[in-house]
Write a protein that binds this ligand. Structure first.
Ligand code: HEM
Length: 203
């Protein structure tokens, strides 16, 4: 949806998402989601400035922080400086934005990032023979509740209470354009406990 995603500075480390102790020490949890996208509305219905605003934050658009697909951002989206402003943005502008909402729930008490995400675009529409623009979205985190907290943050329910201009799917980041089709939650054991074939390159 127009922009690079997964900047290093906005991702958890592998160590951070690894379960540290207990019977599952060394494992991690994985959420895999498949989301349909309404790209015509995303591209035709608004300007590129609107898209920056809906994906990152109003501050990103106002300060011209995102050039093109955002390659200039290099190692981090710079969203941290706009997280605190989310309620003021909701009140003053009647809109809030995707990365801004996600980031506020995606930091621990030491301001470390909790989720290790990947995005890849596709036209798969799992379970149907249609070709539908979609995103496969795997996310690793120490516990599934970390994912749930971030996803709840993206819902922005608290922000709909600040102004009637923000509704579940209106002026609420990219929720107007993305629709979950499937989601699965998994425990990923350490490699030594996985049943995979032993490589035999000589044969
Ligand atoms: C089609 C769907 C989606 C698209 C195109 C998309 C795209 C993006 C982009 C461009 C960014 C900003 C750059 C970055 O930090 O990677 C971002 C941030 C993020 N997105 Fe999404 N995203 C989608 C769905 C989701 C969903 C379903 C989640 C659920 C957890 C999510 C979680 C996040 C998080 C945690 C961040 C980083 C915020 C931070 O800095 O902590 N995204 N996304």
């Amino acid at each position: 949806m127009s922009f690079e995603a997964g900047f290093r500075g906005n991702q958890a480390t592998e160590e951070y998402v690894t379960i540290q102790d207990g019977p599952f020490a060394g494992a991690t949890t994985k959420v895999i989601a498949n989301l349909r996208q309404r790209l015509e509305d995303w591209y035709d219905g608004q300007s590129s400035e609107d898209r920056v605003m809906e994906m990152f934050s109003p501050g990103h658009a106002e300060n011209d922080l995102v050039e093109g697909v955002g390659s200039n951002l290099c190692s981090g989206s710079g969203i941290d400086q706009f997280v605190e402003e989310i309620k003021a943005d909701a009140r003053d502008r009647g809109r809030v934005d995707h990365a801004q909402k996600a980031a506020r729930a995606n930091r621990d008490a030491d301001w470390k990032v909790k989720l290790l995400r990947r995005h890849f675009e596709s036209t798969d529409d799992i379970g149907s023979d249609q070709k539908v623009a979609s995103l496969h979205f795997p996310s690793l985190q120490r516990q599934i509740t970390d994912f749930e907290d971030v996803r709840r943050g993206i819902n922005g329910t608290d922000l709909t209470e600040i102004t009637p201009a923000i509704r579940q799917r209106v002026n609420n980041g990219i929720l107007e354009y993305i629709f979950l089709r499937r989601r699965g939650n998994f425990l990923v054991p350490p490699r030594r406990y996985r049943a995979v074939p032993t490589p035999r390159p000589e044969s």
